[in-house]
Design a protein around this ligand. Structure first.
Ligand SMILES: [Zn+2]
Length: 278
């Protein structure tokens, strides 16, 4: 009896999971991967190292080209190459390598004005930006931040100090700025207490917390930044909302109605500040 016929896998079948993952991670990575694959085939490249080199070169070219192309689609990059004079920095070059540093020109202007204000009020202060948006296509979310899909959203790091109350310029508790949470104290407002949502990105990452340095939020600068955002940010740049975890909002004495709770299905906001404009 003949064994059951198995359909052969063709070499030309697109490697869909890789394309999907690269697209979700970097927006451009999936397309670049397919182009590099086609180029490797055209050039007759067989060795893995040669194919990988070609992919890296194609991806690097795509990152550079995107910086010039994105403004035509309404988004500009925040620079990951901040120098000593710059008062606004993106937390890590990884953000730019993954194309997660794009905003509308209005959000860029807001971020630069906030950083200039903070440096004027507290000389030598650098303001740290985190995840922004991808460069193209409204509605394409920057996972895991679903609303970061139109260039009008940006996350900032909190300002931190060490155990001796010394301000730590440009520092964050985790290398990427996220996931090192401020824990609420006894009696603090806990809007999600007792909930067990299964469809949520409000993850606590308890196992990671001991790995981060015990910096604390520098209240003066953080409160000053929020005060500027809720006044100048609203009046000059159309700031619409700020998300901060309620226990931090209360600790910082913030009462402005633009500062809101993001809901229990969204990520915690005691490791970063989320802003969005109209
Ligand atoms: Zn955000």
């Amino acid at each position: 009896m003949q064994p059951p016929f198995r359909k052969a896998t063709r070499c030309s079948d697109p490697p869909r999971p890789r394309v999907l993952i690269l697209t979700l991670l970097t927006q451009l990575g999936g397309i670049v991967y397919l182009i590099a694959l086609a180029a490797a085939h055209a050039f007759g490249l067989r060795r893995f190292s040669a194919k990988l080199t070609l992919l890296v070169l194609c991806y690097a070219a795509a990152i550079v080209a995107t910086q010039f192309a994105a403004p035509d689609f309404g988004r500009v990059p925040l620079s990951c190459m901040a120098g000593a004079e710059d008062r606004l920095m993106v937390r890590s070059p990884i953000y730019c390598a993954l194309n997660r540093n794009y905003v509308t020109p209005e959000v860029r202007d807001l971020a630069e004005a906030l950083a200039a204000h903070m440096d004027a009020q507290f000389p030598g202060t650098t303001t740290v930006a985190l995840d922004a948006n991808f460069p193209f296509v409204n509605g394409f979310p920057l996972l895991p931040h679903l609303p970061h899909a139109d260039g009008k959203k940006l996350d900032f790091a909190y300002y931190y100090k060490d155990a001796n109350d010394t301000f730590l310029n440009g520092a964050t508790r985790s290398p990427i700025g996220y996931l090192a949470f401020e824990e609420p104290g006894p009696g603090d407002e806990l809007p999600c207490a007792g909930r067990h949502d299964w469809l949520t990105t409000r993850w606590n990452f308890d196992a990671l917390q001991p790995l981060f340095p015990a910096y604390r939020i520098e209240e003066q600068r953080t409160a000053a930044a929020v005060a500027w955002l809720t006044t100048e940010g609203v009046a000059r740049f159309g700031l619409q909302k700020i998300f901060i975890e309620p226990h931090l909002k209360n600790a910082l004495g913030i009462t402005d109605a633009h500062v809101r709770f993001q809901g229990c299905r969204a990520a915690r906001h005691d490791d970063h500040i989320h802003i969005q404009i109209e």
